[in-house]
Ligand binder design. Structure first.
Ligand code: BMA
Length: 833
């Protein structure tokens, strides 16, 4: 097999006005090519997005010349392989059309031998405007839309959030977005292989390998090796007529993060010719594991209103609580994203004790590196197919295109250890219930696509991974199915979209919550990266452009001011909005975890951003952790101590405060696989650190168990000192190891008597590019953070409560170990400055 990577050929594109051919990148897209030539300004800066919409209305031409020698031409077969073309495209080789495509998610292999010549060959792509395509294709299919301001995205198979989303800009791209290459071979070619693991009850594991060849050949000969950490476990030769099934000796199971290790086996399959020479090879990295979506009746529903069936992932027979977040594309321009784009985000997910990532259906079937990193880190992937929020057509050509897309993409992804679940769509039923009920045609289309075409195509290539038609898995339109409702996930947007109080979460009994979220503003340094200084105000035109949720500003401010006092300077306001977001998600997750094992999953919306924007993310564009991500590391920790008020804090007619908070439940939640003993300490303190009452208790944490450890009555203390003067400090320890810590207030932080924070800080060098920052204060400081002006800083903690008289050390590492001075920083907290 001879391969020529066409990414390294010299590519050019044509900018229509100038007719000049300019250098281009493959993989790449028109926006990044135009930007590299400075023909457009930074698309993320200011309101530039608005001025760049013309790009989607043009056609774009790309071409490259590549050399072919006589040796290559002598091979029997020569094919051009395109892993992804975005989107409405005609490809020509030496002036002859070789391919027409209109699905960004198709993979292409085109036989081109007759059209090639020795010497220079020209490959051209004509990308037609998707907007022109939408004018003619399925033009009579029109449905309600809430994310695409122009409309029609559902009529083309292309990354849906490119058309605009409630956290993302509209940049409708075009280009060769995944690798392109030439392959030349003789005899036969190993196209792919299907790997099936058979896990027996006695723990033994065997691996069935089913190769697919370009030309069927019952006599084909193979060499198979399976290795772990460089050691060969299986080494065999076989012909296809024999079944390729191998026993894996002493199998090392792959586990999600927090449940065990992630051993990855390399499986290599070589196709041999008659003289035992390797003519082609295929390889994959797998983890030995079983994953099922467990929806069995667990008998713990309370009454008829609750679901009988659980909803949880069972890995290697062990039920786990899925902790994680929703993933959107890592960048607005997804062409050619690599491990360097994915690894930091996914490492940060794992660092926050996540074990599950939901790959949301408005984005893309990710690049290989995404799944590789998830395999390595033990992050289970809940994988939507790429359909989100609106109804979709189901005409014959659409269904055929989708089936091929599923087959192409699933074949590429199916062997990954991390792949846990396929889901048909995101919120199509949830947001279109009325339309589906009103129109039988729409129902038919829904059924054809999500219960017909997709699962059929899946069954042919990946019959093992579970399939769910929808998230949330609501009953199908028109169905009266108590049983289907019995086990399902939920998207709980009562907080945020419906503006319910955050206490709403505590009234829920979800089986699995695959979306819930709260927006916050980007931190000051990120805002400064896109916003001219005179527009650094959340109501400015620039900010309006970087807040994609209609009414989003009002909602952020509403929730933030329920908790905090108004601080109008942008940096302060952004920080408080991030604290509010962290608090809301903490309230939710602590409740969901207290409810385990009735509840078996909490995936907040959303992990990351694709550009700098006000959004629900916990990691900002550029990689900074918002307060939420630090909070997530606390609320997703394997052992969690949390507290719950039995009283409430509201206002009466006339806006008079009414606060009955005094009785507190203390809970532990635990999801590591081994039982662990621990000590629970609690102490009620005033804001100067004086302990009013304290106690401790030994306890034993059991896997997947949440326990109400005790209920405490602080009526006397809050009566005597005032609810604005006390905090309850909780710590869960195993010997000296701090497993979890938490703080509970008896009134909203804006009502607390917090003092202006006179925090003392001292900096000590702690190695190359590393410092220890020691922080202390004489008064209680709520949510203290170091905010660095530059990017790429790592710090051991942030947004933590600082107790009086107790020094806290934050380890800071600069982006480069060469830095000899700690980068510039400011302190932020919820205390008055
Ligand atoms: C969810 C998602 C997205 C959206 C988010 C925030 O329901 O599925 O469509 O971005 O809410 O509104």
């Amino acid at each position: 097999m001879k391969k020529i990577d066409l990414g390294s050929a010299t590519w050019t594109f044509q900018e229509p006005q100038t007719q000049a051919w300019l250098s281009a990148q493959v993989p790449g897209c028109i926006h990044t090519d135009l930007r590299r030539h400075e023909l457009i300004p930074d698309p993320f800066y200011g309101r530039n997005e608005l001025d760049l919409q013309w790009i989607e209305n043009r056609d774009w031409h790309y071409r490259c010349d590549f050399e072919v020698d006589a040796d290559l031409l002598a091979e029997d077969e020569i094919e051009l392989v395109f892993e992804g073309l975005d989107t409405v495209v005609t490809a020509r080789l030496n002036g002859v059309t070789i391919l027409v495509s209109d699905n960004m998610f198709h993979r292409h292999r085109v036989a081109v031998k007759p059209g090639l010549r020795a010497g220079s060959n020209r490959l051209e792509f004509y990308f037609s405007s998707v907007m022109d395509y939408l004018k003619t294709q399925r033009a009579d299919f029109k449905v309600e839309e809430s994310n695409d301001p122009v409309g029609g995205r559902y009529r083309v198979r292309k990354q849906q959030c490119q058309f605009g989303w409630d956290w993302g800009p509209r940049f409708v791209t075009a280009g060769v977005w995944r690798p392109a290459r030439l392959e030349a071979w003789s005899g036969n070619r190993l196209d792919t292989a299907r790997l099936t693991q058979v896990h027996a009850a006695n723990g033994s594991v065997s691996l069935l390998i089913e190769p697919s060849l370009a030309h069927t050949d019952a006599q084909a000969r193979y060499a198979v090796t399976v290795s772990l950490d460089g050691h060969r476990i299986v080494e065999a030769r076989a012909v296809l007529a024999e079944e390729l099934r191998f026993e894996i000796e002493n199998p090392q199971l792959w586990w999600p993060a927090g449940q065990g290790e992630q051993p990855l086996y390399s499986v290599r399959l070589e196709l041999l010719d008659a003289s035992n020479e390797t003519i082609d090879a295929w390889q994959a990295r797998i983890g030995l594991r079983t994953i099922v979506l467990d929806q069995a009746d667990d008998g713990i529903a309370r009454g008829a209103a609750e679901s009988n069936g659980r909803f949880g992932l069972r890995v290697n027979g062990r039920l786990i609580f899925s902790k994680g977040a929703n993933w959107i594309p890592a960048h607005s321009f997804v062409a050619g994203l690599s491990r360097a784009d994915y690894e930091p985000l996914l490492r940060d997910a794992r660092a926050a004790h996540m074990n599950t990532i939901r790959l949301w259906g408005g984005g893309i079937y990710e690049h290989d590196a995404f799944y590789d990193v998830c395999d390595e880190l033990g992050l289970l992937v809940w994988h939507d197919h790429m359909f989100a929020c609106c109804l979709y057509p189901a005409d014959k050509s659409f269904l055929t295109s989708v089936q091929r897309e599923v087959s192409d993409q699933v074949t590429r992804i199916r062997h990954h250890a991390s792949l846990a679940l396929w889901c048909g769509e995101n919120e199509v039923i949830m947001l279109n219930r009325k339309a589906l009920l009103a129109d039988p045609l729409r129902q038919q289309e829904y059924l054809k696509l999500f219960l017909g075409a997709i699962p059929q195509a899946l069954a042919a290539v990946d019959p093992l991974t579970p399939y769910l038609h929808s998230s949330p898995a609501l009953p199908l339109p028109g169905e009266h199915t108590q049983t289907r409702l019995a086990s399902h996930d939920a998207h709980d947007w009562e907080v945020w979209h419906s503006r319910k109080p955050v206490e709403h979460y505590e009234s829920t009994r979800h089986r699995f919550v695959s979306e819930f979220g709260m927006q916050s503003y980007p931190s000051l340094p990120v805002a400064q990266s896109f916003c001219p200084p005179e527009q650094l105000d959340v109501a400015s035109p620039t900010f309006q452009n970087h807040q994609k949720n209609q009414g989003g500003n009002g909602t952020i401010l509403d929730y933030t001011l329920r908790l905090y006092r108004l601080q109008p300077a942008y940096g302060d306001l952004a920080y408080l909005s991030q604290l509010n977001q962290a608090y809301c998600m903490k309230m939710a997750v602590e409740h969901f975890r207290r409810n385990q094992p009735y509840t078996l999953g909490a995936l907040y919306w959303q992990l990351n951003d694709c550009w700098p924007v006000a959004s629900w993310s916990s990691i900002e564009y550029g990689g900074r952790w918002k307060a939420l991500h630090y909070a997530a590391r606390r609320f997703f920790a394997p052992a969690l101590v949390s507290a719950r008020h039995l009283g409430s804090e509201t206002t009466t007619i006339g806006n008079y405060p009414a606060n009955t908070k005094a009785h507190v439940e203390l809970w532990t939640s635990y999801d590591a696989p081994e039982a662990r003993s621990a000590q629970l300490h609690w102490s009620l303190q005033d804001l100067s650190g004086e302990v009013l009452r304290e106690g401790s208790m030994p306890l034993c944490l059991q896997p997947l168990e949440s326990v109400l450890q005790t209920t405490l009555d602080f009526s006397a203390e809050v009566e005597r000192c005032g609810r604005d003067q006390v905090v309850l400090r909780l710590r869960l320890l195993d010997g000296d190891a701090l497993l979890s810590e938490n703080t509970l207030f008896f009134a909203a932080p804006r009502l607390l008597d917090l003092r202006s924070s006179q925090v003392e800080a001292s900096v000590q060098p702690a190695g190359p590019g590393c410092w220890n920052v020691q922080l202390s204060s004489r008064h209680f400081v709520h949510a203290l953070s170091l905010e660095f002006a530059s990017e790429g800083i790592r710090q051991s903690d942030n947004a933590f409560d600082l107790y009086p008289g107790e020094a806290r050390v934050v380890r800071v590492s600069a982006a480069s170990p060469e830095s000899n001075q700690i980068p510039e920083w400011v302190l932020r907290s919820a205390n008055p400055s």
